[in-house]
Design a protein around this ligand. Structure first.
Ligand SMILES: NC(=O)c1ccc[n+]([C@@H]2O[C@H](COP(=O)([O-])OP(=O)(O)OC[C@H]3O[C@@H](n4cnc5c(N)ncnc54)[C@H](OP(=O)(O)O)[C@@H]3O)[C@@H](O)[C@H]2O)c1
Length: 266
């Protein structure tokens, strides 16, 4: 799979939250396209090992790394270990994320805002700072941020999550202009509802039975699958997207889908 002619041959990718859901599909796809992939996870080492084994079985290269993205020291240690094992990262997919508690602004305290900001914004920015020397030195560097289409719809109960995603989008756009002279591309992918553990939890919280029950009500007859997002990430990292930076691509079938969010955000 990782022959010299593969589109991402020679590149070293880090996918945060690469053990499950969207990140798993992205890690698998980037490895299939020839990148060596660092699969970051927080708790579920079994899931991360499964992703690594699946990539190896297809002839690709992947290694799992534990670090919570909101722990700056752990992130710095992870970046060092990836450098030793695979070489400097030249492609970051900042994907790790968690949902908010779904409370209204009237009932959301500062701790909840800070918890979400640490995972979706401040942690990823510390990771980017740690990776920038390697990204700048690379022939081409990419930062691809997984945000959410929710930034446009701002549903009730989602302020902490939506604000954190919006803040990261603003930082990513700024970074794109700052780092263009170093050959770094920074782009945002903003999915609508996706069929993952997080997606299933969200749907359950809104009172709908399962994502499968919602398929017929979504564009193209189905809720997005993780592979739909992974394909867009692979495109953004490819030579075909060489002249793209500071872009935001919504992956929601042209949405909006049905407004299922009653109690919590995607
Ligand atoms: N699913 C949707 O409908 C949807 C829609 C729009 C945007 N998104 C965004 O897409 C991204 C991926 O979501 P998903 O649906 O794939 O979620 P998921 O199924 O819950 O998977 C989350 C992944 O992120 C990891 N993770 C969570 N917190 C972490 C932390 N602090 N540090 C490192 N890794 C962490 C998890 O690792 P462990 O298992 O080890 O904890 C897991 O690999 C998130 O940023 C999410 O906000 C999702």
């Amino acid at each position: 799979m990782s022959s010299d002619s593969a589109p991402l041959a020679g590149r070293v990718a880090l996918v945060t939250g690469g053990s499950r859901g969207l990140g798993r599909a992205v890690a698998t796809r980037l490895a299939a396209d020839g990148a060596a992939v660092a699969v970051n996870y927080r708790r579920d080492s079994g899931a991360a090992d499964e992703v690594v084994a699946g990539i190896a079985a297809e002839g690709g290269t992947a290694v799992a790394y534990q670090a919570s993205v909101d722990d700056e020291a752990a992130v710095a240690a992870m970046v060092r270990r990836i450098g030793e094992d695979l070489g400097p990262v030249d492609l970051l997919v900042s994907n790790a994320g968690t949902a908010s508690r779904g409370t209204a602004v009237a009932d959301t305290d500062e701790q909840e805002y800070l918890r979400l900001l640490r995972v979706h914004t401040l942690g990823p920015l510390a990771l980017i700072r740690a990776l920038l020397p390697g990204l700048r030195a690379a022939e081409r560097g990419d930062v691809i941020v997984v945000s959410s289409a929710i930034v446009e719809t701002t549903p009730a109960g989602g302020a902490a999550y939506t604000m954190a995603k919006a803040a990261m989008e603003a930082a990513a756009r700024t970074l794109a202009f700052e780092e263009r002279r170093h050959g770094i591309r920074v782009n945002v992918v903003a999915p609508g509802l996706v069929a993952t553990d997080m997606g299933e939890r969200l749907v359950a919280a809104s009172g709908a039975p399962t994502i499968a029950d919602l398929d017929a009500r979504y564009p193209f007859g189905r809720v997005a699958r993780p592979e739909d997002v992974a394909g867009v990430v692979a495109f953004l990292a490819s030579a075909d997207a060489d002249y793209l930076t500071a872009q935001r691509i919504r992956v929601d079938g042209g949405g909006p889908g049905i407004p299922i969010v009653a109690a919590g955000p995607a």
